[in-house]
Design a protein around this ligand. Sequence first.
Ligand code: SF4
Length: 376
Amino acid sequence: MTNMDFKTLINDFDWEGVRSEIYGKTAGDVELALNTDKRSIDDFMAMISPAAAPYLESMALLSRRYTQQRFGNTIQFYIPLYLTNSCVNHCVYCGFNHNNPIKRIILSEEQIMREVEAIKKIGNFRHILLVTAENPRDAGVDYLEKAIHLVKPCFPSISIEVQPLSEADYRRLTRIGLNAVYCYQETYHKDRYKIYHPKGMKSKFDWRIDSFDRMGRAGVHKIGLGALIGLEDWRTEGVCMALHLRYLQKNYWQTKYSLSFPRMRPHEGKNFQPNVTMSNKELAQMIFAFRIFDHDIEITLSTREDKVFRDQMTSLGITSLSAGSKTDPGGYAVYRNELQQWEINDNRTPDEVTEAVKKQGYEVVWKDWDLSLQSD
Ligand code: SF4
C-alpha cells in the first residue's frame, strides 16, 4: 500500500492547474494518447480535452474494440430497489434533502418483499442494487443487513448505494453476501464541496472520500465510484476519478471497479440549476476515454439517460444497464407516484430494453456474480 491515503492526496490536488492543463491539450497530444498501448493520466487528460472532440469516431472504435475483447458482446442488467427517502442531509441539488417537506418512507420487511415480488414479475433480474437516502439512525447497518437477508434468496448479486459506512460495517455486510458498493463523491472539488453539502454527515468531505479505502480494506468485491455531473467542470472531475481509480487499483488490487457518470436530472433539487452541462457527445467522450484508459472496468449507464443514447452506447464501451427502474421507495408496488429522486429518462420495460440490446447482436447477462464464488 502507498504511504499516503487518497484523502491526503486529493487535499493537495491543484484543481485550477489541472483544469488549465486539460484545456491546453493539443491535437498532437490526443494522437499520441490514442496511438500508445499503455495510457498515463496525461494521456487521459488529452482524451477528455476539447482537443479530442474531432477524434470521437476513432475513440468510439477503440472503445468498442477493447470492450469486446474484455467483455464479449454482453451487457449486464441490474435493477435498483429504493428502500428509503428519509435523509438527514441537505444536498442542495436533491429532492430528498432534509428540508424538503415530502412524505418520508422507510420500507418495512413486508414492503421490501412486496417490491421484490413486483420486480420478479417485470424481468429476470438476478442483480439488485439496494438504495437508500442517508438516515443512519433509522436505516443504518442493522436495517441494511435485514434487507440483504430478505432479498438474498431471489438475487445472487447484491449491491448497495447508501451512506458511507465504517470498515467494520462494510466487512459485516460483505460477509453476509454483499457484492458491491457504489458511492458517489458528487464532486472531488474539496473547496466547493461544502457549498453543495452544507449540513449533515455528507458535509464531511474526508469521511466520504475515505469510504473507498474502508471498502477496499474490508474486502468489498466491487467498488463503484462516480461524480455527479452538473456541479463542477466535468473534465477535471474525470481526471480526479481516473486518479482515484488508479490509486484504488494499486492498493486494493483484488477488487473490481465500476464507474458511472450521472448527469443531473430534474427533481434532483428543483431550485438548483446545474453549474455545468455535459452534452451527449461529451458524455460519450468521457465513456470512450475511460474505456481506452482502462479496459477492465465496468461502465454503467442508468435510466437517467434516454433510450436513444443508451442504445447507441450499448456497443461502444458500456457494460452494464439498469432497466425498468423506479427511483422512489416502494415505487414498484407499495407506493406509486411518490417523489422520485430523479426523473427516469428511459421508461421502457426490461423486455423492451432486452430486445434493443439483442437487436445489436448483444446478449443480456442477468447475473455476473454468485455468493458461492466469494471467498472469505
Ligand atoms: S443526494 Fe443522497 S444524501 Fe443528499 S439529500 Fe439526496 S438522498 Fe440525501
